[in-house]
Write a protein that binds this ligand. Sequence first.
Ligand code: CA
Ligand code: CA
Ligand code: CA
Ligand code: CA
Length: 142
Amino acid sequence: MVTMQRVVFVALVALCACGDEAAGVLLVEPDCTGKLGGPARLDRCGVCDSDPENDCEQDCLGAWGGPARRDQCSVCNANPDDDCALDCLGEWGGPAILDACGFCDADPVNDCIEDCGGVFGGDATTDACGTCDSNPDNDCLP
Ligand SMILES: [Ca+2]
Ligand SMILES: [Ca+2]
Ligand SMILES: [Ca+2]
Ligand SMILES: [Ca+2]
């Protein structure tokens, strides 16, 4: 009876050892190239290689390998054409605009205008006879 129990015990230990070996074999799985225990891994975009540095990343909308990028004004989308730009005062997305005379501010009311001679910021005026110059002394009088 004692001998019978010992045989069963030994058989169970053998089974357990066999099971451990099987588990050990199962741990060595093929990598994504099919090589057993190989170093290659699939990244989140389905690209299989052994370089973790080139794994695709989440874009700013949360899509893995997506095209969306955050511009300098923290607006996230996939359109590079609407990225905010530096204004003339050096502020990203700022409202300042250079007028035709080279003055930079955010006030469109003070933008310099073209005089009658076609000069931006010029002081020529048209007199009552239709003569355009910057001399008020020669204006013809009606
Ligand atoms: Ca990779
Ligand atoms: Ca954009
Ligand atoms: Ca202005
Ligand atoms: Ca004049």
